[in-house]
Design a protein around this ligand. Structure first.
Ligand code: HXC
Length: 512
């Protein structure tokens, strides 16, 4: 064998070793747990054959606990870059078969390197998390590695999209890197996130809870609001990440990518004409309106299981990404409460940071009254949404379909807080409150039922319509429901070169 052949053989041997991760037995265990391997996940995520790996031969540098005799090439994380729909993304994929995917100093350095490169090149970073947390054998060196990642997550926030998939355990401080990123996706039954696990909880608070109940995908998608997306398994998760990325620009200086469509921009939908019930107390599904008006009826909902009284998500109109924020009359009459305010506020801020126009659909009876809400701080949480809409300088289009009452009228991207185009359906009711409530306050001394009913009717005639607001110029145009798609696309076109800046400052102080 020539010297050259020997060198090539050694390269191949080492390369294969790295690709084997923690070995066949552990890979089999990973498969039996219903999970793909770290490398398979990358293959599913990226366009075929586009992955370019960095730092394949990195090993850890610890000798404590006899670790110098236990080195695995790659050290538990696969890092590099590749393409999604032909656009660059940076990826790290933790390999649970190597020391439980735990974070060593060397392993953290690999992640840091691609985070820094992603920032330099202005491309999104996607973390595929499957890790037992800090590498126990390395102690504080591992904690330092985490902190080095946290600070980079923070600096990258609002500059490049950062997306985390949780595909296995994610415990301790390890949850905080994903928490700083823009989106968290979790897989059902195979992933969990918590700051302290069931055993610690039992000792400290005497509560008994399973891992799944405490921090499984359902818990974080429907109860805590920590996660934004839920997938049945790894394969579906990777498809969802691809779809999410397709709506987003690569960085904050770019516009989102265009996706040409054959869906006519002036398509009218007769179905919409009667979608809003005449009876103001009758619910309807706001998602039906969104799905009807967007390109090819494709709406990618974010946080579909959490605070369902508000809907957020992405779609395209005339090929361009649009972020939707919409009250959902079908759930708690679309009322604004703590959870829905926080959910929508963070979404609005993401859209604003990444040049995504916001379409707001309004049917809101107001803020939810009650001690639970007040003690929970609805004042400061509701203010988050008000703040987020007020500071957003991207194009903002608002459509009031039915109720827009009280403070919630102001908050839901009203003209007064900077919306560019405000539409209303003829069915809109824009007032301080509903007719019955208003009459009960203003005419509390009138006991005669018939007399009261007449006053309510009078109030409705006067105020439960869009015309008062239109008279004052707070609504730019009253439109037929069937022409919603066309009208919103026209408004998006009108605002496409919008250039607005907030006053210079270090940063604002959103009520947290
Ligand atoms: C080193 C680890 C490890 C870790 C797991 N392994 N976690 N090695 N450091 N943190 C190794 C195991 O020794 C084992 O090695 C292999 O990974 C698989 O682990 P198992 O326990 O067999 O797997 P499983 O039964 O599926 O349980 C997974 C697990 C459990 C729930 C994650 O391993 C576990 O509880 N690990 C410790 C979690 C933890 O406390 N981490 C520190 C959190 S604190 P072999 O050789 O047998 O295959 C933290 C601080 C961060 O992260 C602070 C940042 C601010």
């Amino acid at each position: 064998m020539s010297i050259l052949e020997e060198k090539f053989n050694e390269f191949e041997k080492r390369s294969k070793e790295a690709e084997l991760g923690g070995g066949k037995v552990r890979l089999e265990k990973q498969k039996n747990a219903g999970k793909k391997t770290a490398r398979q996940r990358i293959e599913l995520l990226l366009d075929k054959g586009t992955f370019i790996e960095f730092d394949k031969f990195v090993v850890h540098t610890t000798s404590d606990f006899d670790m110098d005799k236990n080195k695995i090439t790659g050290d538990g994380v696969i890092t590099g870059h590749g393409k999604i729909d032909g656009r660059s993304v940076y990826v790290f994929s933790q390999d649970f078969t190597v020391f439980g995917g735990s974070l060593s100093r060397a392993n953290a350095n690999k992640i840091i390197k691609i985070m820094d490169t992603a920032m330099k090149m202005g491309a999104p970073i996607i973390g595929l998390n499957d890790s037992g947390g800090a590498r126990i054998q390395e102690g504080v060196a591992s904690l330092a590695g985490y902190a080095d990642i946290f600070i980079r997550n923070t600096k990258a926030s609002g500059v490049i999209p950062q997306i985390s998939a949780i595909l296995g355990p994610c415990a301790g401080g390890a949850v905080y890197s994903p928490a700083i990123t823009d989106f968290i996706l979790m897989t059902k039954q195979t992933s969990y996130m918590f700051v302290t696990g069931p055993d610690v909880i039992k000792t400290v608070t005497h509560e008994e809870v399973t891992k799944e109940e405490l921090g499984g995908a359902n818990t974080h998608n429907s109860k805590s609001g920590v996660a934004h997306l839920i997938a049945d398994d790894d394969a579906q998760a990777m498809m969802m990440l691809r779809e999410l990325i397709s709506f987003l620009p690569s960085n904050n200086l770019e516009d989102p990518p265009m996706k040409p469509t054959n869906d006519p921009i002036d398509r009218e939908d007769e179905d919409l004409q009667e979608i809003v019930p005449v009876d103001p107390n009758k619910p309807y599904n706001m998602k039906d309106i969104i799905e009807t008006i967007v390109d090819d009826k494709i709406f990618f909902e974010i946080m579909p299981l959490y605070a369902q009284n508000i809907i957020i998500g992405y779609a395209r109109m005339a090929g361009k990404t649009v972020g939707f924020v919409a009250n959902q009359p079908q759930v708690s009459a679309g009322v604004l409460d703590i959870d829905s305010s926080i959910k929508a506020a963070r979404f609005v801020r993401f859209c604003d940071a990444f040049n995504i126009p916001i379409v707001t659909m309004v049917d809101v009876p107001g803020f939810l009254p009650g001690t639970i809400q007040e003690f929970g701080g609805i004042i400061k949480h509701g203010a988050k949404l008000l703040y987020a809409f007020s500071e957003a300088t991207v194009p903002k289009i608002t459509l009031i379909t039915r109720k827009a009452y009280g403070g919630a009228y102001d908050v839901m991207s009203s003209k007064h807080i900077g919306a560019d185009v405000n539409f209303a359906y003829p069915t809109a009711e824009i007032a301080v409150m509903g007719a019955e409530g208003a009459v009960n306050i203003l005419f509390r001394n009138i006991k005669d039922i018939d007399e009261k009913a007449k006053i309510v009717e009078d109030y409705k005639q006067k105020f439960a319509n869009p015309y008062k607001a239109a008279e004052l110029g707070y609504i730019d145009e009253i439109i037929y429901p069937k022409e919603t798609r066309k009208k919103i696309i026209q408004a998006l076109d009108m605002t496409k070169n919008k250039s607005q800046k907030n006053p210079q400052k270090k940063h604002g102080n959103i009520p947290l």
